[in-house]
Design a protein around this ligand. Structure first.
Ligand SMILES: Cc1cc2nc3c(=O)[nH]c(=O)nc-3n(C[C@H](O)[C@H](O)[C@H](O)COP(=O)(O)OP(=O)(O)OC[C@H]3O[C@@H](n4cnc5c(N)ncnc54)[C@H](O)[C@@H]3O)c2cc1C
Length: 461
């Protein structure tokens, strides 16, 4: 893809226009390019990728947010990249989750035996975990759907599963997916995260896993980081892009898409894919049609997820492994990963890059929250990290555009179609199960299928 200026645009050169270059927009463009289509990507900011990007700080390569790629062996995100990039990117699996509750550390128990030996609670807590763990493992997706409108906390209370340590550990896992505490997260989405499923597995397989456990971890990181991935995706897209180009208006005529207005310039086209967050759309879509306005008003009221990431560059290697560590107690839940252990090129030779992430707590200023992240047990358990900081960098942003709360589960999303013919929507708030990049990829897949129908094609994806 090549950068051009708004005045160089000839809309006849493109099969589709993509408004917004987040993961949803770029992955859609990637799949369309592979099918021989040409696109124009129009981006408001001065870089491509949306919240999926990375940059350098004093010799360290940080991502926007602490990114762990889920479902490396079977998810839509990795499938997109391995199908459409040649050679495929190199993913590195992590070594598992390690939860710290004060002086004790435990992984996620995956078998009956493992649960009965779980070091983080006493026997009563372990028995409670065994009961609820077995229930969740055997639960079918159809049954989970029944709980989409209650919170995970309410679900656990209704099952008598109220051991605080167990809830706190589950909170750590669910935070990654839902972006909100378990008192707000949809039970359906939380159950799916804990069971790590979009699909049913055969019952025998579930029972075997329950009895004997499984140490299959399907999460990790990628060599080259998020910036490396975005760069490769951008290179593989067939078309052009414009930066610093906010879409100010999307117009329709007689129920069909007519044009985009960008920096005062009107670009006419009959196929537009919008990756613009739905919360902005009521101010951008210009229509006299009540259905159109109601559609965008309705979906603009989604609650978003917000995260804080503290990046620390260390003058020597302190952690040096690929574990996902979560400091559960003392609170707040903090997720700690040594990114340079996955990809040493993220830090200068002999040094280490560590990311620490948590939910944004709006009751504190960002500075206060960073102090909390570095204290409350961090100084006790990671004093060596604090003694070797040579680079410190803080980020705060929305992580995904729709929190997985009741009323906003993937079952409640609008999908790729809008009431305007030829205007499609993509992004983490439009559709898609999974987490973050997985969700963006699932939504891109949805748009590609909708475009197959729109263009009467069978082979775009
Ligand atoms: C802190 C943090 C941690 C994360 N951790 C993980 C993780 O561990 N695992 C994981 O899988 N994912 C993770 N993610 C999530 C993942 O990066 C995002 O979910 C995904 O990238 C969002 O994609 P999106 O398609 O919804 O687009 P967005 O990133 O929301 O992109 C929208 C794009 O549209 C542009 N735009 C907006 N308005 C306009 C306009 N008017 N005109 C033109 N352009 C416009 C924006 O500038 C942006 O480029 C994390 C993200 C963050 C920030």
């Amino acid at each position: 893809m090549h950068e051009i200026d708004i005045n160089q645009v000839n809309s006849l050169n493109y099969d589709a226009i993509i408004a917004g270059s987040g993961a949803g927009g770029l992955l859609t463009a990637l799949a369309l390019s592979a099918a021989g289509k040409r696109v124009l990507v129009v981006e408001k900011k001065d870089y491509l990728g949306g919240v999926w990007h990375g940059y350098n700080v004093n010799g360290y390569r940080v991502d926007q947010g602490l990114h762990v790629i889920t479902r490396i062996t079977r998810g839509a995100f990795v499938r997109f990249l391995t199908t459409f990039l040649d050679p495929p990117p190199h993913f590195v699996l992590h070594e598992g989750w390690y939860f710290r509750v004060h002086d004790r550390v435990g992984t996620i128990p995956t078998s009956i035996g493992g649960t009965l030996r779980w070091p983080l609670t006493g026997m009563r807590g372990r028995l409670g975990l065994l009961k609820i763990g077995a229930k969740i493992k055997m639960m079918k997706l159809e049954e989970m759907k029944k709980y989409k409108d209650i919170t995970f906390y309410d679900f656990m209370v209704s099952r008598g599963a109220t051991n605080q340590v167990m809830l706190d550990v589950m909170q750590s896992a669910i935070y990654m997916a839902a972006g909100v505490p378990i008192t707000e997260a949809s039970a359906y989405e939380s159950l799916r995260t804990l069971k790590d499923t979009d699909k049913e597995e055969p019952k025998l397989h579930s029972i075997k896993k329950m009895l004997f456990g499984s140490d299959e971890y399907d999460e990790g990181y990628v060599i080259g980081g998020m910036s490396g991935l975005v760069e490769r995706v951008v290179d593989a897209i067939n078309g052009d892009y414009i930066l610093n180009a906010p879409v100010e208006r999307i117009t329709e005529e007689n129920g069909k898409i007519h044009s985009l207005v960008v920096n005062g310039v009107e670009i006419e086209h009959d196929t537009v894919i919008s990756n613009i967050p739905l919360w902005s759309m009521p101010n951008i879509v210009s229509s006299d049609n009540r259905d159109v306005n109601e559609f965008f008003e309705r979906w603009s009221r989604m609650k978003i997820t917000k995260g804080v990431t503290l990046w620390l560059g260390l003058d020597k290697i302190v952690l040096g492994d690929k574990k996902n560590r979560v400091l559960v107690h003392p609170p707040p839940n903090r997720w700690i990963v040594s990114i340079s252990s996955f990809d040493p090129s993220a830090a200068p030779p002999g040094k280490e890059l560590i990311g620490i992430a948590t939910l944004r707590d709006e009751s504190q200023s960002l500075e206060e929250q960073v102090e909390t992240i570095k204290s409350n047990g961090f100084e006790k358990y990671y004093s060596e990290v604090l003694n070797h900081i040579e680079m410190e960098h803080v980020q705060s942003s929305y992580a995904t555009r729709a929190a997985l709360i009741p009323g906003q589960t993937d079952l409640d999303r609008p999908g790729p179609l809008t009431p305007i013919d030829g205007l499609f929507i993509v992004g983490t708030d439009t559709a898609g199960s999974g987490v973050g990049l997985q969700q963006a990829s699932n939504s891109a897949e949805g748009v590609i299928h909708a475009l197959n129908d729109y263009w009467n094609l069978s082979n775009v994806l």
